[in-house]
Write a protein that binds this ligand. Structure first.
Ligand code: BG6
Ligand code: MG
Length: 221
């Protein structure tokens, strides 16, 4: 189906974007922090395992990292490990600046807005507001739904459904943009169309599987 037909048929009004791995490359900082935590515990961890953490909440990610751990951990010990990872991750975030927002992403977002689309963030991260501030996008989006306002992580659609509610746009009129297979599944579960970049595009998880962020401009006219 051509983008023009998409717009007419689905009456597309809003675009809900994932943050980590879509708007900016905090996904590498997540990897480095989990790797350091896993190394400290003597647990095997690599980039392939890391790909399974995309879009998944912090505690659910920890459970995946611990799949290769043979010992027993109490809930308090697990929470301490998640906190340890988050402290390492936040150190990386402190170094971020508007220079970490690419010209391609910023100009694509500006063009989408000028075409009349509402723009929202739909991220599993509790650090999303801080990251947006760091890269100069604090206050840019029409709505932010993130790890602080959800109880169920992607692939559950909650984060996107809440973003659509904040925008007052029906789910069927929203397009989700994701780099995570779990995120693409969440968008579909919420009854939304999905455009993928990166890992999820390679897995052909979206209705559109893009080779660049800019290509979004060819999907939503
Ligand atoms: C998602 C990332 O955006 O946020 C996941 O893709 C991460 O990898 C999740 O686990 C939760 O992030 P945070 O910042 O709340 O630990
Ligand atoms: Mg992501």
């Amino acid at each position: 189906m051509t983008p023009f037909v998409e717009r007419i048929m689905f009456n597309m009004k809003a675009i809900i974007l994932d943050l980590d791995g879509v708007i900016c490359h905090t996904d590498e900082y997540h990897y480095l922090a989990w790797k350091a935590m896993a190394d400290g515990l003597g647990v095997y961890f690599d980039r392939e395992i890391n790909n399974r953490l995309r879009g998944v909440s912090r505690m659910a990610s920890l459970e995946i990292v611990l799949e290769n751990y043979t010992g027993q951990l109490s809930q308090a010990e697990k929470e301490a490990l998640a906190e340890q990872k988050n402290e390492l991750y936040k150190e990386s975030l402190k170094q971020m600046s508007p220079a970490d927002l690419s010209e391609e992403v910023k100009s694509t977002l500006d063009t989408l807005r000028s075409r009349g689309y509402k723009l929202a963030i739909g991220s599993s991260s509790k650090n999303a507001p801080f990251i947006l501030q760091q890269i100069g996008l604090g206050g840019y989006f029409d709505a932010i739904s993130d790890g602080n306002n959800i109880t169920r992580s992607k692939p559950d659609p909650e984060v996107f459904v809440k973003a659509a509610e904040m925008l007052c746009v029906p789910c069927a009129e929203c397009l989700v943009v994701e780099d995570a297979v779990a995120g693409a599944q969440a968008g579909h579960a919420g009854g939304m169309r999905v455009a993928c970049v990166g890992d999820a595009a390679a897995e052909k998880a979206g209705d559109y599987n893009l080779t660049s962020f800019r290509e979004l401009l060819e999907v939503v006219l």
